[in-house]
Write a protein that binds this ligand. Structure first.
Ligand code: NAD
Ligand code: USQ
Length: 387
């Protein structure tokens, strides 16, 4: 395997930090960019990470001390064209992993300012990367994190990006229809079409990863607590399963919204990191745009809550489920059957079962129970899609 020069956009985030450590452990050379907006945006709504994450300078030092590896870090904003261009011109990476976006659906639904902030940040940042690649890194592979939520929940199977269609006697291979469910998810759809276009006109290469909801906390490289990643549990930044774990730990009822039949693809953090590593190590051809659907299994939110109750019992927790009014506009009972064959065909095996992952996450959260308790006021949903 050849050593890759990889730049991670959004290296301070939930996925970015553990990915950086993992790529280094695979022998690659890693640099990263962040503007720390995630830290500020979580503070804005009154939350904090259940894990006490260190400032970047301390993270980098702690990692260097434990592993001997040095990560080159650039602090700055991807929506600044000159900054993004300078980093890419300086690094000339083989691969850019682009995680540097605002990832929260509820945050984008707060009001017009949060919608515009999310869409501007995500779409302009991605465009700046595409234009900078065109100028300084034509051969670089853009590994971009999209989301399974781009497709929505259609009443038919979901392919990986494209599908064959016959319409009025003619056939074509077209992008599968997108039916996103928030202003945030829409920003990802816009990114997708901008990337397809850039690959077509400039011959850039990209893998657009449609990822399901990520859960979990621990990866093998987190050998001490200075190296932990963030773990959010508030209504805006916490995702379903992570929220349920934090709720169980402090004796708060678990909160499946509405009927709880809404079904999504879920993937353990460790598997997400593994998938991105495999994708980076198996780049597309020059000029190729390809799509991977990235998740381990599909679950309804009711099923997730039941798993948390059952594994929680092993740790002495007595979690209860409380179905509450759904703040979102979404189907609560529906068909959901997305393909996910392309990553397994490159060697990915989802070894981390849901319960095994919960058995690693819950005890770590129990260790930080006080931090969850301190911010329990931001658990219940207040951001509404309608009204
Ligand atoms: P995160 O918010 O923890 O990480 C994103 C990082 O990017 C943050 O550290 C943030 O400060 C930084 N960032 C954002 N805008 C930036 C900008 N303009 N300039 C520089 N840095 C910027 O999010 P995450 O959960 O690690 O998600 C990473 C990516 O994966 C996102 O694109 C998200 O949409 C996607 N994704 C996440 C999940 C999930 O469940 N976490 C699932 C599917 C897809
Ligand atoms: N949900 C509950 N109870 C909760 C929280 C969420 O029932 O307490 C439900 C939501 O209504 C939704 C589902 O769980 O039906 C998933 O919600 P989520 O908040 O876990 O995830 P979502 O808003 O879809 O966004 C997350 C990440 C985002 C990523 C997306 C992948 O924040 O970055 O793009 O998962 S996907 O869902 O496949 O689009």
């Amino acid at each position: 395997m050849s050593v890759l020069k990889i730049t991670i956009m959004g290296i301070d985030g939930y996925l970015g930090w553990p990915l950086a450590m993992h790529l280094f452990s695979r022998g690659h050379e890693v640099s990263g960019v962040d503007n720390f907006s995630r830290r500020r945006n979580v503070e804005e709504i009154g939350g904090h990470s259940a894990t006490p994450i260190k400032p970047m300078k301390m993270r980098l030092k702690a990692y260097e001390k434990s592993s001997g590896n040095k990560i080159r870090f650039y602090q700055g904003d991807l929506i600044k064209t000159g900054f993004t261009e300078d980093v890419i011109a300086k690094e000339r990476p083989d691969c850019i992993v682009h995680l540097g976006e605002i990832p929260s659906a509820p945050y984008s639904m707060i009001d017009v300012d949060h919608c515009n902030y999310t869409q501007t940040n995500n779409i302009v940042g991605t465009n700046n990367i595409l234009f900078a690649m065109r100028k300084h890194a034509q051969k670089c592979h853009l590994l971009k994190l999209g989301t399974m939520g781009e497709y929505g929940t259609p009443n038919v199977d979901i392919p990986e990006g494209f599908f064959e269609i016959e319409y009025r006697g003619r056939k074509d291979k077209l992008p599968f229809p997108r039916q996103p469910g928030s202003w945030y998810h829409l920003s990802k759809v816009h990114d997708t079409f901008n990337i397809i276009f850039a690959c077509k006109i400039w011959g850039l290469a990209s893998t657009d990863i449609m990822q399901g909801v990520v859960h979990g906390l621990m990866t093998d490289e987190m050998v001490n607590d200075d190296l932990l990643t963030r773990f959010d549990f508030d209504e805006v930044w916490g995702t379903a399963l992570n929220r349920f774990c934090a709720q169980a730990v402090i004796g708060h009822e678990l909160t499946p919204y509405g009927k709880g039949g809404q079904t999504r693809g879920f993937i353990a953090l460790r598997d997400s990191i593994e998938c991105m590593t495999i994708t980076a190590e198996n780049p597309p051809a020059d000029g190729e745009y390809r799509v991977f659907n990235q998740f381990d299994e599909t679950y309804s939110v009711n099923e997730l809550a039941k798993h948390v109750v059952s594994v929680g019992e092993e740790f002495g927790l007595d979690a209860k489920i409380w179905s509450i009014e759904n703040p979102r506009v979404e189907k609560e009972e529906h068909y959901y059957n997305p393909d996910h064959e392309r990553l397994p065909s490159l060697g990915f095996k989802p070894v981390h079962s849901l319960d095994a992952e919960l058995r690693r996450t819950i005890p770590k959260l129990i260790q930080y129970r006080d931090r969850i308790e301190e911010k329990k006021g931001v658990i219940m949903p207040s951001v509404k899609w309608r009204g």
